[in-house]
Design a protein around this ligand. Structure first.
Ligand code: IPM
Ligand code: MN
Length: 363
């Protein structure tokens, strides 16, 4: 590893490749991380952990205690994806890979999931939207990640099995901390927060809106916009450029961020950062894409861009993150891309894209 200088830090990261294409894409992101550390003279140490279906197979638990301990003792977590079709097709399975992800979020206190939406000039033609609508779109979705219907109890079935229920619960504390975070990021961007809810129907949404109205005056330099979720779903495709920072509860955020990510042209490009009380987790927003696992065809860029977010958010290393982004843009300009965005041109392998980006960074 690089020489430790006065300005450099030691980066201690946990690497959780997970399932499906996770190991292939994380390998490339880790190589990029190593190259950046080498270049800037940061010492790096990393350790692998298991999570998801592979952890169930090995230990019976989707997020084993050893993996949690590893995450807690690291400065950042680089995460791939979880999920396996053998569980998707078995609704009666008691232990599921997704439980590992939810437990990790809860146990690490990752209450905010940050998903930047940016466009790439060379990818605009791949967007399902008209180029003039999407060109230059640049916003940030902040999804609450440890509350709402995902975690609310009771959740379950009636005794006869014919009635099912979930519970949506939010506390003032949960809403306040994520709204303050949204304003903090809006101040670093273009000073606008769009708070998305369903206050015309849901009690939890009315709490969100009430608290937002209390907090907004503390940020007079930031414009606050309130929007119902159905309207927001429409606006993301009609006028994506109108957003700067969008903040919303867990389930709405899950849905809207998938929608927002594809307007950039490919789901394979979108990174995310989950931050909160303990160690932050950096992961692509796409899933484990089991059909492609082991084929060396998956797009590693979302995970490589997640490593860029890791440098910025976990280590405050802005130049390092910027260099990764520059290298990714250069690889796309050079046409060194995987099949999902290759058009009719030659498609490169996962590892070839990663190697090209590493070379760019090391040059
Ligand atoms: C995501 C995923 C997860 C979620 C699943 C895999 C549980 O879709 O990170 O957005 O719903 O949060
Ligand atoms: Mn999702």
């Amino acid at each position: 590893m690089g020489v430790l200088t006065d300005e450099s830090k030691k980066l201690n990261i946990a690497v959780l490749p997970g399932d499906g294409i996770g190991p292939e894409i994380v390998e490339q992101a880790l190589n990029v991380t190593k190259a950046v550390c080498e270049k800037f003279g940061h010492a790096l140490s990393y350790e692998y952990g298991i999570v998801g279906a592979c952890a169930i197979d090995a230990t019976g638990f989707p997020y084993p205690q050893a993996t949690h301990d590893l995450c807690m003792n690291s400065d950042a977590v680089l995460f791939g994806a979880i999920g396996d079709p053998k569980y998707d097709n078995d609704p009666s399975a008691k232990v599921r890979p997704e439980q590992g992800l939810l437990k990790m979020r809860k146990d690490l206190g990752l209450y905010a999931n940050i998903r930047p939406v940016t466009t790439f000039p060379s990818l605009i033609h791949k967007s399902p939207l008209r180029a003039d609508l999407v060109e230059g779109a640049d916003f940030m979705c902040i999804r609450e990640l440890t509350g709402g219907m995902y975690f609310g109890r009771p959740q379950g079935r009636s005794e006869d099995g014919n009635t099912a229920y979930d519970t949506c619960i939010y506390t003032r504390e949960e809403v306040e901390r994520i709204l303050h975070l949204a304003y903090k990021y809006a101040r670093q961007r273009n000073n606008k927060v769009t708070m998305v809810d369903k206050a015309n129907v849901l009690a939890t949404s009315r709490l969100w809106r009430q608290i937002a109205q209390e907090i907004a005056p503390q940020y007079p330099d930031v414009e606050t916009e309130y929007m119902f979720v159905d309207n927001a779903a429409m606006r993301i495709i009609q006028w994506p450029k109108s957003f700067d920072v969008m903040v919303t509860e867990n389930l709405f955020g899950d849905i809207l961020t998938d929608e927002a990510s594809v307007i950039t042209g490919s789901l394979g490009m979108s990174p995310s950062a989950s931050i909160g009380i303990h160690t932050s987790v950096f992961e692509p927003i796409h899933g484990s894409y089991p059909q492609a696992a082991g084929k060396n065809i998956a797009n590693p860029i979302a995970t490589i861009l997640s490593a860029a977010l890791m440098f910025e958010y976990a280590f405050g290393m802005i130049e390092e993150g910027a260099l990764i982004r520059e290298a990714v843009a250069a690889s796309m300009d050079a046409g060194v891309v995987t099949e999902d965005i290759a058009n009719d041109a030659k498609a490169y392998k996962t590892s070839e894209v990663g190697e090209w980006i590493v070379k760019y960074i090391s040059k």
